[in-house]
Design a protein around this ligand. Structure first.
Ligand code: PMP
Length: 414
């Protein structure tokens, strides 16, 4: 029996004040969610309430406000751990977002596990945030980057992955969901392959997974998982790296400063335990409070319901857009293999121009390389248009997108 409740999208939209506006006199259709999502009132109010009544620095004060701020900050960590089905709050390291989480992973794994001649496996599907940190590490340590190839329908080629894994593989870093293709990768299956053929640390870029799919760290089978709050209804400037306890205990610190030490001597220091070992300096306390409110908001709706809603929008968009003459959609053809991201190109209609015409219709999409240049290189394209959906988008908005694209194409072909 299907127990996933349907989303009440009208009620959801009423929680997002920003959506209720016109652009050039037309109702805003926000389809740039893969870049950043909008925030519900509940998140905005939680951040405001924190600053109105509870703010002080964390962990160090004996006074009431310091106690409240510390409880809010550490309570948020516990809530995010529960949201991600982690075993313990100590597995959640706060970061500025997915990019910093991946840089933390690359820096610390580089210190402890990757030497000259060792191999780091990434793919041609990476967002630059899960590629450049590994390039920097490879250059620093004399390691070698290996790239998993993509299939023509935008999936990871698992034969290519299998051929790259071996005793020199120290890290395998892949996306959970592609921001440029929409592909949902079979990450648990890949985790089993990684473990069978190597002793590599398995790192997942969850920037596009966490906001859209039910999360279960045990089921994913990875060692580190990076995600950002701002793509999941939370504020900018905060995110997290989930890590297996044993690995977090093994990794060295990322940055030095207050909060991350056990004891400081004149010429050296000792470190506190994870997660604080990786969190130097005054953290983004209000950000953590906002991220908690976002996770609660999503949990109340149910991530399975969010995913199902997005899948139905994707199904509708695939059907309507594929009727447009000369339009090609990138990524997997089976709707169940894709999240709410639809990248497309149209013959004789440059992506940037389509996005500009859509903007004049009040429809916000993105055009360009989407910080995933290897994906565009793979498909020989300079740019794509990307429409990306979230929980507050409606079937009517999908129809407006399709009408807008038709209009843009006819204008550009004249
Ligand atoms: N990975 C992927 C797949 C992304 O889509 C993004 C954001 N566009 C990032 C990493 C980086 O996230 P952030 O900018 O929040 O650090």
């Amino acid at each position: 029996m299907d127990t996933v409740a349907a989303l009440d999208v009208a009620a959801v939209r009423a929680d997002f004040p920003i959506l209720d506006q016109r652009v050039d006199g037309k109702p805003l259709v926000y389809l740039d969610n893969a870049a950043s999502s909008q925030k519900p009132r509940q998140v905005i109010e939680a951040i405001s309430a924190y600053y109105m009544t509870d703010h002080a620095n964390v962990h160090r004060g004996v006074h009431e406000l310091a106690r409240r701020a510390t409880e809010a900050y550490e309570g948020a960590r516990e809530r995010i751990a529960r949201w991600a089905n982690a075993e313990s709050a100590d597995e959640i390291v706060w970061t500025r977002g997915a990019s910093e989480a991946l840089n933390l992973a690359a820096f610390t794994l580089g210190q402890s596990r990757v030497g000259a001649g060792d191999e780091i496996v990434v793919s041609d599907m990476e967002h630059h945030s899960n590629l450049v940190p590994w390039q920097l590490l490879a250059a620093r340590n004399g390691a070698v980057l290996r790239h998993v190839e993509l299939t023509s329908d935008g999936r990871l080629d698992l034969d290519s992955l299998a051929s790259l894994l071996g005793p020199r593989t120290r890290v395998v870093a892949l996306p959970h969901v592609s921001n440029a293709l929409g592909t949902i990768n079979p990450v648990a299956r890949i985790g089993r392959m990684v473990r069978e053929k190597s002793s590599a640390a398995y790192v997942l870029d969850g920037a596009q997974g966490a906001p859209h799919l039910p999360l279960d760290m045990a089921e994913l089978g990875c060692d580190l998982y990076a995600f950002s709050a701002h793509k999941m209804c939370g504020p900018t400037g905060i995110g997290a790296l989930w890590g297996r306890s044993a690995l977090l205990a093994e990794l060295p610190p990322y940055q030095g400063g207050g909060e991350m030490i056990a004891h400081v001597y004149r010429d050296h220091s000792t470190w506190t335990t994870p997660p604080h070992k990786f969190e130097a300096g005054t953290p983004n306390i209000a950000g953590a409070v906002g991220m908690q409110a976002a996770a609660e908001y999503l949990d109340d709706l149910g991530m399975a319901a969010v995913h199902r809603h997005e899948s139905s929008l994707v199904g509708r968009a695939l059907a309507l857009l594929s009727e447009v003459d000369g339009l090609r959609i990138l990524g997997p053809t089976a709707p169940e293999d894709r999240a709410g991201v639809i990248p497309f190109v149209v013959d004789d209609a440059p992506a940037q121009d389509i996005a500009t015409i859509l903007d004049a219709e009040g429809i916000a999409v993105r055009a360009g390389h989407h910080c995933a240049q290897l994906v565009l290189d793979r498909f020989g394209l300079p740019a794509t248009v990307r429409a990306s959906f979230y929980l507050y988008n409606t079937p009517d908005e999908v129809d407006r997108l399709a009408e807008g694209v038709r209009l843009a194409v006819s204008m550009l072909r004249q």
